[in-house]
Design a protein around this ligand. Sequence first.
Ligand SMILES: C=C1C[C@]23C[C@H]1CC[C@H]2[C@]1(C)CCC[C@@](C)(C(=O)O)[C@H]1[C@@H]3C(=O)O
Ligand SMILES: O=C(O)CCC(=O)C(=O)O
Ligand SMILES: [Fe+2]
Length: 613
Amino acid sequence: MSFSIIQHQAHIPPQFIWPDHERPCPEAPPPLDVPPIDLGGFTSGDPEAVANAARLIDQACRRHGFFLVVNHGIDADLIDRVHSATDMFFSMPAAEKEKAMRKPGDHCGYASSFTGRFSSKLPWKETLSFRYSADPDLPGLVENYFSQTLGEDYAAFGKVLQEYCEAMSGVCLKVMEVLGVSLGVGADCFRDFFIGNESIMRLNYYPPCQQPEAALGTGPHCDPTSLTILHQDQVGGLEVYVDQKWHSIAPNPRAFVVNIGDTFMALSNGIYKGCLHRAVVNSAAPRRSIAFFLCPKKDRVVSPPQELLSQGNYPRLYPDFKWPALLEFTQKHYRSDMKTLDAFVAWLNSTTKSSTTVKTQNMIGLDEASRYIKMKSPRRYSAAIAAEASHREDILCIGYTGAKIAKASYSAANDGDGSFGKEIAKRQYKNKSFDPAKWWMNHGTTSPNLRKLAAKILGLTCSSSACERNWSAFEQVHTKKRNKLLHDRMKDLVFVKFNSKLRQKRENNTRDPIVVEDEDDDGNEWITGIIPNEEGEQEQVIDLTDVVPGSSSQGMPDQRKRKRGQDNRKKKKFFPVLDDEEASATSSSEDEDDNDTIVPSPSASNSSSDDDL
Ligand SMILES: C=C1C[C@]23C[C@H]1CC[C@H]2[C@]1(C)CCC[C@@](C)(C(=O)O)[C@H]1[C@@H]3C(=O)O
Ligand SMILES: O=C(O)CCC(=O)C(=O)O
Ligand SMILES: [Fe+2]
């Protein structure tokens, strides 16, 4: 679909028509008050200029993430040459532009109206995107792209854009210094993170549209990248959504419009925000904007600096990730909008459950939480680690909530708040073996709601091993051949088996817990009460009446003799619990059972899948 045709049509194709609630405002929106950051002043090192720049950028980024950069030092002539080159490219015949056609799943190349990419709400624009790398080992990446993709006739075009990208990379690093100072982590912190950045340059061309009230040049979105440096021409059309309404950002040829992207929002642990913005079109004149999207090197892990977290900006809002994963998500799985980062995190969690391609070291809010927990309370730490190991948001939240509770109790106990401040509360808090749930039940009266929550969460078992052992006992009772036991009987058998083993362990306390004994249970004689002795003839039944609740002597199988092969396994106490008919029912299959491999006692290796946790 070529704009050279549709841009003159009174009625635009339906795919370009946006739903009413997303259409441009009928009236021109009010201008957004974006502070001009004097980059030259900051760079001069003048304390007042530095402080002023940091203050203004902090205010803007905590609110909407947009600001202007002035006194940036970029040659106005260079900017003009880029706009001219942009005009030249988009005025070429479609066939020429299509030599650089974007390939599906790739963010580079020429795209027109995005017909091949989205089925509705198509943006009214043509774009040309390409990679830039600040890596000194990759000089001239932009220049080469143009020569190789469009031919040597475009070498000069590529040279201009290469020079512009290098200038943009420099401006970004300077802005990162200001952001570092404003967040109190130092000028080098974020700057160093983006050294050698592998960024994206995009030329936007918005043709005139005969139904501008129903179309959008670029739909509402937050940039998934780290920082965007945008230079728009004098036509205007950029709008930002702040305080529940759209605002315009007036063109200013001497200023770059800069905004925080999702990746930097994650880097700042949500302190600085990416913001919803869009581009509207008009029926009279084409509009151009040039966007440089700063992205970190592909191997950089996007994780807030420790200095930020130790300042108490905690818990973690986003897990660790690498930019290529987010980029792939926007190119192959999700159309960037205002929820891209949240959708990405959910996607990340689901993919990390099935693969380890993405480091799962920091799940949602947990890494710092579990570090805190470990420092304060090993038991809570184990809850968090179990949660982390389980990849389960609900348990993750417990881990994270556990940390908050740990933090609350720690500060309360130390600040001497109410019931928390009693000597016994402090003493028991310092006692690491004291049960945290009991601590809260004893001393949480000052905050009853938190006490209830704490008791629930800190009282949770943080591992499933007890359940696993029980399920293993179940597997030894319910076999493929003994599968007709009634539900209650089944429960009783598992109860007796599980507890008889516990009793054996307790009685047989000489057992070295390290040595894993061959804990076979002799083909389940414990169920029928038929126990082979050393010679294999004498069979003996032990009356359970006083041991197993609900069993009755008449239910006990009487003595039966049965020839057995020499059985030199250790004689063990087992408790017959089947009544006669069931015993006979199983005894016929019992012989078959004998050739079942004896199921080993539940082992730690019985790892459960996530689903079981
Ligand atoms: C990584 C990117 C994806 C987009 C280009 C860069 C940064 C901004 C993204 C985008 C412009 C946000 C709005 C939707 C989008 C599809 C577009 O209109 O072009 C986005 C870009 C893209 O996915 O190509
Ligand atoms: O063209 C504009 O003014 C904004 C474009 C934009 O937001 C983008 O390309 O991400
Ligand atoms: Fe954008």
